[in-house]
Every structure is written in structure tokens, then in C-alpha cells.
Design a protein around this ligand. Structure first.
Ligand code: MGD
Ligand code: MGD
Ligand code: SF4
Ligand code: MO
Length: 730
């Protein structure tokens, strides 16, 4: 077999350039970049759903002369209610980005130098199938991994399982919400899910632990919070930074980073000590209450005050505020929770405080989501479930970790567990996994990498084959029926024909399956045939779905009065988890103090911009027009001490001497003194991304340390420390 080509030679660029500043937004649907359509009469308006993030809002695409000129929220889609978030309106920018991938590419070596060669689809797919079959024959199917994020990944998961591999990973697990789902599953037997099953519009009090809604712009979630706000809901925001939602809150608790579990245990202490918890709910539904009450007996607000830096009276008052409004009150479960390593336990603490508020399956608490079930394609062969051997390295994990799969791809790993090939669908792994340099090392060590993407994202620079998918506005995709307050099914359909030589994911997966001799898993003719057959089985009209974009099913009750029967081993809410005890893990959440930043260092924190989604939008012509780069937040007093002025360019250097910058400094009172903050997704390193290239800085580069979650393997990333100095042009 041929030697793996040197992927490092393709792109290796450091150093960055800069300008301008970003601001917070608390509005939906407004986008100056598309305000010029006054008087334009569309030829057609096509309903579909968005892929600018993973929320999947219903979109109406306005088309004139075969060009999409405007996107609006679909009023018939339950997730958008006629509105889009600012990123969603930028879908036109994703479609017409001149930097898009336009043709299949194959890596070749000319005179010892790596180059891309434009290839036909037939050649690219034949070559990919040959290389995958070689790896499978030599090392087994399980040595081929799929990294997948986004709706189109479903077809590639089927393809992987059909090949016989269960090595399927997602950054939405161990780099995102895995610990939350594990924590809630251990406590309630159910995950929170995406869309989160929180009944925000009916809540009277909500506590946000970091969740920076309004910057974190999940459309329905923001609409719900706006509605709750209008109804007079009390917000409590716990964040080292004065976030947008902190600005809407009655209480802002500027907590010392990494100490939230202490606060949560103290809230539990107050609720129990002052008998403010929902007694009937707890008596009917909870196991382990007495053990837990004993566990938090000494976790007083005064104890927590020392850990968190918060006023004990405020801790007491906020606990009472939650209790006063219970059960229509909740502690928000968060979403991106891989912070400090003890994240499943913090999520358990959140779940348990919610248990004390008695809000599971209750109005204004956590609702019981509804799903509209649509059967699969009739007669399609089910992939090899019997060969399914997920690599579960952590005691309570339900899926393998992307980080472990990347590590198992490095040459010196244990050989029988070694990963030899990657298929990457919609994941920009070098920016998504912690420690960019390690991820690059893993990609170099692989025998074969195939990437399906829409953009020349960094990950494509390390691929052997790049397969250009068309954007969501040019393709059909699988049906969408996320569990939600109402059951629904939604359709993604093309608004315009494919641009360039790009193809939809379903076609790529099906064609690759045919080349691999696995056609029986994709027995349908095309996407329309596939969708029509599935919908017919569910007695739903394809024509109606094409016209309306979404069909909402009959509503079922989403609250459950009286005693609950849950899917936990005890069928109850588990304050004490026997499953954790059996795995030699703390059965009740314990507080672990975070490591202090060394003298002269700040803790590096990161989050979202309202107009960007990770790296997927940081080259988008419309969205970079609004926010072209990220900035570094630093407390005013610390900037004074360091002699750094607002607006100057600075360099960051972490505890492992990794440097990045320049990034523009934002000097503000809105952040604690012990941390700095930036938005993730900037500092692009591939020169083919002409707008994003060297704009702002990459947090991923600085995350060279992680703290693993001992329960499910999440990669806690808020454990890196940086020094900040004036940027010197070289
Ligand atoms: N340092 C750091 N790391 C993080 C985070 C962080 O805040 N900081 N956040 C974490 C979280 S919460 C998450 S969920 C993950 C997200 O991780 P990813 O999903 O990997 O994030 P993106 O940067 O959006 O990468 C998406 C890739 O998909 C491509 N893409 C966009 N649309 C399509 C499409 O229609 N088809 C195909 N085939 N490709 C498409 C984009 O061009 C891009 O290359 O990252 C995690 N990692
Ligand atoms: N516009 C936009 N919206 C998005 C996304 C996007 O890319 N763009 N991505 C979506 C995805 S996949 C996800 S997972 C979510 C992520 O969004 P969230 O779940 O809200 O992510 P977090 O990491 O919790 O939020 C970062 C906030 O936590 C604070 N923080 C940091 N450390 C601590 C701490 O120790 N304690 C406390 N209490 N707070 C802390 C930071 O100051 C910051 O305000 O956003 C979603 N929404
Ligand atoms: S939240 Fe915004 S970016 Fe995400 S799917 Fe909805 S409109 Fe698109
Ligand atoms: Mo995420």
C-alpha cells in the first residue's frame, strides 16, 4: 500500500491579522445585508430548514432568476415561528461564498510536493472506496472512524455501519453536551436533548449557569426567553462575565470560574434546610433524598461563599427566589458543559436542584417532549447491528469519544485499537477538538482521510480526498423530527439547483455505498423516492410538506401530574445513583475546587457570538461583514495593571508556551479579574478562506490541556491559563 502523504506540507501557517470589534445582539431576524429587496417579486418561495447551526429552524428561501436573494423564518415551522436568528439569515452567504469547495479533489504528489488535483466524482469515489476497502481488509472495519456533525451525517452513519464500523463520534458529545446528557440520564433516565426540553415560556424563575442565551443564539430558545422576560420571569445569571442574559437578570452572580458545583450544593442546602423544596414531589418521586440531605448538610451558603467568591446572602436569596416560583422554576441545564472535567457531576447537581424544585414533567419546568414517528424506508437492509462494538473507555459512556478516537489514530497507540482511516462529515476537527497540534499529528498518522465539507475548512487541508457537498439550500436531506413541545416533521429541499460540481450528502453516501458493494443498504432511487416512501408509510403528504416545509402532528400532554415512572433503574429520580456507586464513582455530586491560575496568568474562557457559529460562518460574506473577527475581553483593572489599552492588538501565550494572536483587546468591567474571554471559531489558518484567514485568534490552539470527565470522557477545556502582552509586529 502507498505511504500516507505528508499532510503537514499542505498547510502550515501561523500568525494573524486584525481590525474592528463585535457587539451583543438581542434581536432576531434583522440583517442589514439583505435589506435591499424592497419591491422584488419572487419567482418562488421554497420552504426548507437551516444548517447554519444544528437547531434546524424552518426557512423560507425567496428565489428570483434562479438566485436566492432572501431568507426568512417559516411561520409554519414550530422551531422558527416566522423568525430566524442573525446567523440563519446569513445562509445566502454560505450559498454564494466564492471560496466554496467546487469540485472533488484528490491529493497527489508532483515533484515531491503535495498538490490538489481536480477529479471527477466517479474517480474520487472509486479511489475512496478502494482506499477504505484496503484499510478494512488490513485492519478491520472498526479501524475506520466517522466524525460527524450536522443533519446530513445520518446517511454517512448508515454507510459506516454497513461497512461494519461502529467507530462513530461527534464533537457534540465529548466537546459539548455529553456530560449534561449523562448527568440527566443518570438522574431522570432521560436526556435533555436538542431542543432542550425546558418549558421556558411558562417559567417564573430561571437560573442560568453560564448558558449565555442571546449570544448563544438558538432561535427558539431566544424566542422563549424573550417571551418569559415579557411575562415577568425572574432571571438569575451565574457567569464570571456580565453576559447579555446577565443584563436581563434580577441577579448576576459573578462566580469564580469552576466553582458552580459549590453554589448548586449550597442552593440544595438552603432548599432542604429551610424546607423550601417541593415535598410532595420529592416524597413521590425521589430515591436517595435522605442521603443527599446528609451530603449537603454542611454545604452552607457561607461554605460556598469562600469557594465561589459570592455573597452568602445572595446565594440564600436566589435559592429562595427559585423555591418561591417552583415548580415553574428551573436551573437551566446548560449545553456546552465540558468545562472543568467534573462536568457530569455538576450536571447531576443541576438535575438534583431541579428535583428539589419538583419541576420534572411540570408546567414551567421540564416538559415531556413529543416526537412524530416516521418509519424508515421500507425494505432497506438494516446495517450490521451485530458487529457493533463501540469503544467505550469511560464507565458510564454511551458513545465513544471523538478525542479518544483521534488519540487512537496516532502511530504509537495500542495496535489492535488503532484507527487507520477517517471519514469526516461536517466537522472542522482541527478547530473543534482540543489541542489543534495533536489533532494534526493524528491526521498525519492516518492511512487515509476523506472529508465531506462545503468549504475549504482547515480539516480539508489534511485530507487525501475532499468531496464537496452542496449547501443546504441546494439539496434534499433526510426528514427531521426533533422531539419538541409539539410533534412535527420537517423537510429540507433544494431552493436552487446545485452550484459548481457539488453533490448532496445522500447522493455521496449512496454512490460510495455502491462502489463499496453495499448498495442494498441504500435501495432507493434518489432522495425524492426515499422521502416519498417514508412519508407514505406515515400517512403524511409529501406535497403538503413540500409546500409548507413542516407538518405538525396532534398534540399530546407534555406535563405529567402525580407520581412519575422514569427510565432510571429505580424508576424514580435518583439523587443517589447506584449506577455511579457501582462504577466506583461518587454516587452524589461532589465539589472539586478548580486549579488556580499561576501568578500573572488568566483563565481562558470562550463562548459564542450572536452572528457566528463556530468556524462554519467565519468566512461567510454576509456574517463577516457584521462581525469580522473576535476580540479578547479583559477586566479594566487588569488592563490598567498590564498597561494595555482598549483596542490594542495583543498576543496570548498559554501555560505550554503556545502563542496566538494578534487579537484586539476589549477592556471592560463586564468580566472578572481572574479570566479573559473570546469567541470561538476565529483565527482561520487556511489561506483559501479569504475572509476568515488570519482574522482574530483561535481558542482551540490554546487549549493544549484538558481535564477528562471521569464519568463519560468529556474533554473539560476551561483549564488553560494565558498571559497577555502587547502584540509586536514581526
Ligand atoms: N476550542 C473550542 N472547541 C470547541 C468549542 C469551543 O467553544 N471552543 N465548542 C464545541 C461545541 S459546543 C461543538 S457543538 C463543536 C462543533 O464542532 P463542529 O461541528 O466541527 O464545528 P464547525 O466549526 O461548525 O465545523 C463544521 C464544519 O462543517 C462544514 N459544513 C457546514 N455546513 C455543511 C454542510 O451542509 N455539509 C457539510 N458536509 N459540511 C458543512 C463547515 O464548513 C465546517 O468545516 O465544537 C466544540 N469544540
Ligand atoms: N450564536 C451562536 N449560538 C450558538 C452556537 C454558536 O456557535 N453561535 N453554538 C450552539 C452550541 S452547539 C452550543 S453547545 C451552545 C453553547 O452555548 P452555552 O451552552 O451557553 O455555552 P457555555 O460554554 O455554557 O457558555 C459560555 C458562557 O459561560 C461562561 N462561563 C465560562 N466559565 C464558566 C464557569 O466556570 N461558570 C459559569 N457559571 N459560567 C462560565 C462564559 O463567560 C460564557 O458567558 O451555543 C449554541 N448556540
Ligand atoms: S438557530 Fe439560527 S443558525 Fe441555528 S438553525 Fe436556527 S436560524 Fe439557523
Ligand atoms: Mo455544541
Amino acid at each position: 500500500m502507498s505511504q500516507p502523504l505528508n499532510r503537514r506540507s499542505f498547510l502550515k501557517i501561523t500568525g494573524l491579522a486584525a481590525a474592528a470589534a463585535s457587539g451583543g445582539v438581542w434581536s432576531l431576524g434583522a440583517n442589514s445585508a439583505q435589506a435591499n429587496d424592497v419591491g422584488v417579486v419572487p419567482d418562488r418561495v421554497v420552504p426548507t430548514f437551516c444548517e447554519l447551526c444544528f437547531w434546524k429552524c424552518g426557512v423560507l428561501a425567496y428565489v428570483k432568476d434562479e438566485k436566492v436573494y432572501k431568507l426568512e423564518g417559516n411561520p409554519k415551522h414550530p422551531l422558527s415561528n416566522g423568525k430566524l436568528c442573525p446567523r440563519g439569515t446569513g445562509g445566502v452567504g454560505a450559498l454564494y461564498d466564492p471560496d466554496r469547495l467546487k469540485h472533488p479533489l484528490i491529493r497527489t504528489t508532483v515533484n515531491g510536493k503535495d498538490e490538489w488535483r481536480q477529479a471527477s466524482w466517479d474517480e474520487a469515489l472509486t479511489y475512496t472506496a478502494k482506499r477504505l476497502n484496503e484499510v478494512k481488509a488490513k485492519y478491520g472495519a472498526e479501524s475506520i472512524a466517522l466524525f460527524s456533525h450536522g443533519h446530513g451525517g445520518a446517511f454517512f452513519k448508515t454507510l459506516m455501519k454497513a461497512m461494519g464500523s461502529s467507530t462513530i463520534v461527534a464533537p457534540s458529545n465529548d466537546q459539548c453536551r455529553g456530560p449534561r446528557e449523562t448527568g440527566f440520564e443518570l438522574t431522570y433516565g432521560e436526556v435533555v436533548g436538542s431542543v432542550e426540553n425546558i418549558d421556558t415560556p411558562h417559567a417564573k424563575c430561571i437560573a442560568f449557569i453560564g448558558s449565555h442565551v442571546g449570544e448563544n443564539m438558538h432561535n427558539t430558545a431566544v424566542q422563549d426567553v424573550s417571551e418569559a422576560n415579557a411575562r415577568g420571569c425572574t432571571f438569575i445569571t451565574v457567569d464570571p462575565r456580565f453576559s447579555i442574559i446577565a443584563g436581563k437578570s434580577k441577579y448576576w452572580l459573578p462566580i469564580k470560574p469552576g466553582t458552580d458545583t459549590a453554589l448548586l450544593l449550597a442552593w440544595a442546602n438552603v432548599l432542604i434546610d429551610e424546607k423550601l423544596y417541593q415535598r410532595e414531589f420529592v416524597e413521590q418521586n425521589v430515591v436517595g433524598f435522605d442521603q443527599f440531605a446528609a451530603h449537603v448538610k454542611d454545604k452552607t451558603p457561607e461554605w460556598a461563599a469562600i469557594e465561589t467568591g459570592l455573597d452568602p446572602n445572595v446565594i440564600r436569596e436566589t435559592a429562595r427566589e427559585l423555591a418561591k416560583n417552583a415548580p415553574s422554576a428551573f436551573v437551566h441545564p446548560g449545553r456546552h458543559v465540558v468545562w472543568y472535567g467534573n462536568d457530569t457531576q455538576r450536571s447531576r447537581a443541576i438535575a438534583i436542584v431541579n428535583g428539589l424544585l419538583g419541576n420534572w414533567a411540570k408546567k414551567g419546568g421540564f416538559y415531556q417532549p413529543q416526537t412524530l414517528n416516521v418509519p424508515g424506508y421500507p425494505g432497506a437492509k438494516a446495517p450490521h447491528a451485530d458487529s457493533y462494538k463501540p469503544r467505550l473507555t469511560f464507565p458510564v459512556a454511551t458513545m465513544p469519544c471523538a478525542y479518544d478516537v483521534a488519540q487512537a489514530s496516532v502511530k504509537d497507540g495500542a495496535d489492535d485499537a488503532r484507527i487507520h482511516a477517517w471519514m469526516v462529515y461536517g466537522c472542522n476537527v482541527p478547530l473543534t477538538l482540543p489541542n489543534t497540534e495533536k489533532t494534526i499529528e493524528a491526521m498525519h498518522a492516518l492511512d487515509f482521510v476523506v472529508v465531506v465539507d462545503t468549504m475549504p475548512a482547515e480539516v480539508t487541508g489534511y485530507a487525501d480526498v475532499v468531496l464537496p457537498e452542496n449547501t443546504y439550500l441546494e439539496r434534499y436531506d433526510d426528514l427531521e423530527s426533533t422531539p419538541f413541545r409539539v410533534p412535527y416533521v420537517a423537510l429540507r429541499q433544494p431552493a436552487v439547483a446545485s452550484l459548481y460540481d457539488t453533490k448532496p450528502g445522500w447522493w455521496i453516501a449512496k454512490s460510495l455505498a455502491e462502489k463499496l458493494g453495499l448498495a442494498e443498504y441504500f435501495p432507493w432511487k434518489d432522495a425524492e423516492d426515499y422521502l416519498a416512501a417514508r412519508l407514505a408509510k406515515a400517512n403524511l403528504s409529501f406535497d403538503q410538506l413540500k409546500r409548507d416545509g413542516a407538518i405538525v402532528g396532534p398534540a399530546a400532554p407534555i406535563y405529567t401530574p402525580g407520581p412519575l415512572t422514569l427510565k432510571t433503574p429505580s424508576t424514580k429520580v435518583e439523587f443517589f445513583s447506584q449506577k455511579l456507586a457501582d462504577a466506583n464513582l461518587p454516587p452524589m455530586p461532589e465539589y472539586e475546587p478548580p486549579e488556580e491560575p499561576p501568578t500573572g496568568y488568566f483563565r481562558l474562557l470562550f463562548g459564542r457570538s450572536p452572528v457566528h457559529t463556530f468556524s462554519r460562518t467565519t468566512n461567510n460574506p454576509r456574517l463577516t461583514e457584521i462581525v469580522p473577527e473576535n476580540e479578547l475581553w479583559m477586566n479594566t483593572e487588569m488592563a490598567r495593571v498590564l498597561g494595555l489599552k482598549h483596542g490594542v492588538k495583543v498576543m496570548l501565550e498559554n501555560q505550554d508556551s503556545v502563542k496566538t494572536g494578534p487579537i484586539v483587546l476589549k477592556v471592560t468591567q463586564r468580566i472578572r479579574q481572574d479570566c479573559v474571554y473570546m469567541v470561538h471559531g476565529f483565527g482561520r489558518e487556511d489561506a483559501r478562506l479569504r475572509r476568515g484567514y488570519r482574522r482574530g485568534a483561535s481558542d482551540a490552539r490554546l487549549i493544549t490541556r484538558i481535564k477528562r470527565d471521569p464519568v463519560m470522557g468529556g474533554t473539560g477545556m476551561n483549564v488553560n491559563f494565558v498571559t497577555i502582552s502587547r502584540w509586536k509586529e514581526r
